[in-house]
Write a protein that binds this ligand. Structure first.
Ligand code: FMN
Length: 317
């Protein structure tokens, strides 16, 4: 097993870690949900216990088959996916995925999804007896809304709030993961915070599609999918910036297109307390550690001693 370790200066600069609301993390970089498997798959490439946390792939209460193949395809500056939230179900993950993370000392943020308020409640209820074992619960709201005429839950402020309120059955910090595909992002952010979300994860993927010109058919089995990676970095950065401006005190985790320490620093300057690395891991499985090492090089060069000095820097005149 080959691990790239944090250099020794990482112990001295910003040694206190970061706070995302009430959640303390040893480092400001996490792996993004759905891009690091359900457990410690990436531990083969770097020591996952040295990053802030891994966000597990979103789980449904019961096993879920996901979408027909093909499920992923490269785009000019990233990728498009329609994995369709395939997963083993909450019980299986609690029995096997979570203990594997614990065995390796990896901090875990669980993630759940559903199509109705009741489905989210069911998943959160199953997690409730185990909340001491996780740092937070990320609630993936970018899912089909079966109670709202087929839209996306995260585009419906009222429904998003109902989901977050239902997830309070798990007594653990709730991170509401929102969609960038709406001009009502701030309204929705305010609504989920009022309903009990402690932090916001910004953002999920962009709605997109690719066609195969030989067949005139979509390249993905599902038809459309979610665009992620480099192409969406400015979109996610703006989402973080705008929400931070409107909500000066809410903890934010920034995600979308981050592939370097510089990207991560910019996301924090825009308002994030921590960042997640997703698609970059498909090209380079140790991308989260690479980003973290580059961030530490940056803070050392700049003489920054606390991560909190970076967060919101773009809003300070
Ligand atoms: C293959 C794939 C699967 C994903 N699965 C999930 C998921 O299960 N739950 C979730 O909240 N986000 C999921 N995402 C979205 C990512 O967590 C992240 O929000 C998004 O990809 C933007 O970050 P990135 O550009 O660094 O990948 C997935 C993304 C990809 C590429």
């Amino acid at each position: 097993m080959r691990h790239s370790h944090l250099k020794s200066f990482a112990q001295k600069q910003c040694a206190e870690g970061v706070s995302v609301g009430s959640v303390h993390l040893r480092q400001p970089v996490l792996t993004a949900s759905g891009t690091a498997g359900h457990s410690t798959e990436l531990n083969h490439y770097f020591n996952m216990s040295q990053i802030g946390a891994t966000v597990a792939k979103s789980l449904f209460a019961t096993p879920w088959p996901g979408n027909p193949a093909p499920r992923v395809h490269p785009t000019p500056a990233g990728m498009i996916n329609a994995v369709g939230l395939q997963g083993p179900g909450m019980a299986e993950w609690i029995a096997n995925g979570l203990p594997e993370c614990e065995k390796h000392g990896v901090t875990v943020v669980a993630s759940i999804w559903g199509r109705t308020v009741e489905e989210y409640r069911q998943a959160a209820e199953m997690l409730a007896p185990h909340v001491q074992r996780i740092a937070a619960l990320e609630v993936n709201l970018s899912c089909p809304n079966l109670e709202g005429r087929g839209g996306i839950i995260a585009h419906d402020a009222e429904m998003s709030a109902s989901v977050i309120a239902a997830c309070a059955v798990a007594d653990v910090p709730l991170w509401a993961k929102l969609s960038p595909n709406t001009d009502r992002l701030i309204t929705i952010a305010e609504s989920v915070v009022e309903a009990g979300a402690e932090s916001l994860t910004l953002t999920n993927t962009l709605l997109g599609m690719l066609l195969n010109t030989d067949t005139a058919q979509p390249v993905l089995g599902n038809g459309g999918g979610g665009v992620s990676g480099r192409a969406m970095f400015p979109v996610a950065l703006r989402a973080v910036f705008d929400v931070r401006k409107a909500m000066p005190h809410i903890p934010i985790v920034g995600v979308g297109g981050i592939a370097s320490g510089n990207d991560a620093i910019a996301m924090m300057q825009a308002g994030a307390h921590a960042v997640q690395v997703g698609t970059a891991s498909f090209a380079r499985p140790d991308a989260a550690m690479k980003v973290l090492n580059e961030m530490h090089a940056w803070v050392r060069k700049q003489g920054v001693s606390r991560w909190s000095e970076i967060t919101n820097a773009a809003h300070r005149s």
